[in-house]
Ligand binder design. Structure first.
Ligand code: HEC
Length: 174
């Protein structure tokens, strides 16, 4: 009687598979972009292990983003991995890059206002897309001002040069 056009089971299956792929794709992009916002401000990091300090002066290629004085801190897990020169940092490792202005007065360079607090968190499942590291940055060190939206382009692509040291630059000095 009525002539309703019907899909074959195969066509129906392909339609469902196609739609699911689109939905999953969109969801994973959204999840990826929001991942940095899931990283918590590293409360208490000032009492963690101090790893190193360095000052970048005008003229350094990274001066625009990282000019000033920075201190690197590691939580217990990350500090142990650094001290043992481990090939991999265990899940739960946290590293902090605390960047402050570095004003010079009377021939002495000191610490000024905090510019940004950058954080790396190791969680090999959650951050699989960035080789196990999650990245976040808090403007002026304000826990409410997380500014990273794309961990890969903003952070990980540069750290990728350190793949042989699990994406970490800082080394432990005795
Ligand atoms: C252009 C390259 C570059 C980019 C982009 C970059 N970093 Fe780094 N990062 C470095 C270098 C170089 C060091 C080592 C600094 C030192 O040795 O004093 C470092 C150090 C760190 C450290 C301390 C642990 C380590 O690897 O030594 C953290 C934490 C960190 N960065 C987080 C971030 C976050 C978060 C972002 C994105 C907002 C980011 N970085 C973007 C180059 C980069």
């Amino acid at each position: 009687m009525s002539h309703i056009q019907r899909c074959s089971p195969m066509q129906r299956w392909m339609l469902v598979a196609g739609l699911s792929a689109i939905v999953l794709g969109v969801l994973s992009v959204v999840a990826q972009q929001n991942l940095a916002h899931t990283i918590r401000y590293p409360k208490g990091y000032r009492s963690w292990t101090h790893v190193k300090t360095a000052i970048l002066h005008p003229g350094h290629p990274l001066y625009n983003d990282f000019g000033g004085i920075h201190h690197v801190y590691a939580n217990d897990k990350a500090a142990r991995a650094l001290q043992q020169n481990a090939k991999k940092f265990p899940d739960g490792s946290i590293l902090v890059f605390d960047l402050l202005e570095a004003p010079t007065e009377n021939n002495a360079t000191g610490e000024g206002k905090r510019k940004v607090l950058a954080v790396m968190v190791k969680d090999s499942k959650r951050f699989r897309e960035t080789d196990g590291w999650g990245y976040a940055a808090f403007a002026e060190g304000n826990p409410q001002k997380q500014i990273v939206t794309d961990m890969k382009t903003a952070c990980h692509n540069c750290h990728a040069g350190q793949a042989h040291r699990d994406y970490v630059f800082s080394e432990w000095r005795p």
